[in-house]
Design a protein. Structure first.
Length: 335
């Protein structure tokens, strides 16, 4: 049956007004996805260019850092003394530490513990030691690291200190001019599963939200995670991170420099390879006083395509004299 002309015109007008909306939305989403992918690729390419790196969290002398040869340095963002916060490095000091001999630039990442509160940070309050005064997010003390307490990272109070509040750890780091953040203690979720069965999912969400906050006004801002490599089974995390670092792959998981159990090495290496296959540069750090062990770790890193450093656990220097001659070294560990 032939429709009346008036009905046909009305139908055509309705189609004209309705059909573009979904296509505009789809186009906008595609553009956003394309921008995100391009930014992610650019960030990872910056890290892929790193061939040597240094790691120092205490006794930092900006002039010494500037004189070092490394393509990338991981540094504490602040000075502490006697387990107390003193001051943050100035923007000029960070700019100096990012400058290599000869005037070329290196990457500088700021260390950021997301799983533990540390009493030598700007946010720490002395009355938290008093009975009944500690915030609900402050969990048990870490007996291995004096002045550190596990954080219930899923609670808004802790997240407000790190990235979602007014005066945050992240905002201070960004204001100093660091190129990105180096996340530590994501693996604390293991230690809190007894009270929070969903802690793994909470940590994945925490890192995703932190990265989103960091890049909201700077898509080039780098996010590298140390340890907790098993979390890379999550595809969203693989897309969120720009790099992965691993401590004690082959030796010293108990801080005794002995070879790690073969099964542990096998499983960890599988996770690191998964990260590498996903396009994430992998940074390997061992803390070894034995030159043969250091050479063994260096060879494995070269074979796997990881960027290796050998350092001391004291974190007080950018140089380790026993590192293999073919490797530029540095120390690691925590305050």
């Amino acid at each position: 049956m032939i429709r009346p002309l008036r009905l046909l015109v009305a139908t055509a007008i309705l189609v004209c007004f309705q059909s573009p909306a979904p296509s505009f939305a789809a186009s906008e989403g595609s553009v956003r996805a394309g921008v995100d992918a391009a930014s992610r690729s650019a960030r990872r390419n910056r890290l892929m260019s790193v061939r040597s790196w240094g790691y120092q969290l205490r006794l930092i002398d900006p002039a010494e850092v500037a004189a070092s040869p490394f393509d990338m340095v991981v540094l504490d963002h602040a000075i502490s003394a006697n387990r107390r916060f003193v001051r943050e490095y100035t923007r000029d000091e960070v700019r100096l530490m990012k400058s290599r001999p000869g005037g070329t630039q290196r990457l500088a990442l700021a260390y950021l513990s997301i799983g533990e509160a540390e009493r030598y940070r700007f946010y720490w309050q002395q009355d938290w030691y008093d009975a009944g005064r500690a915030p609900s997010w402050l969990s048990t003390a870490n007996d291995r690291w004096d002045g550190n307490w596990r954080a219930r990272f899923w609670e808004p109070g802790w997240q407000a200190h790190i990235f979602s509040g007014v005066d945050t750890y992240l905002a201070r780091i960004k204001a100093q001019g660091f190129d990105g953040i180096y996340l530590d203690r994501a693996d604390v979720y293991h230690e809190l599963l007894h009270e929070r069965p969903g802690a793994r999912a909470d940590m994945l969400r925490f890192i995703r939200d932190l990265a989103a906050a960091a890049r909201r006004d700077d898509p080039a801002f780098l996010v590298v995670m140390q340890n907790a490599e098993e979390l890379l089974a999550d595809a969203t995390l693989r897309a969120t991170l720009d790099g992965l670092a691993k401590e004690d792959l082959l030796f010293g998981v108990e801080h005794d420099a002995r070879p790690n159990p073969p099964a542990m090495v096998h499983d960890t290496l599988a996770n690191l390879r998964r990260a590498k296959a996903a396009g994430l540069p992998v940074f390997l750090v061992e803390y070894l006083d034995d030159a043969k062990h250091s050479a063994t770790a260096s060879r494995l890193a070269a074979r796997e395509g990881f960027v290796f450093l050998n350092g001391e656990r004291s974190l007080g220097s950018l140089h380790n004299p026993i590192a293999p001659a073919s490797v530029i070294d540095t120390p690691s560990g925590r305050k």
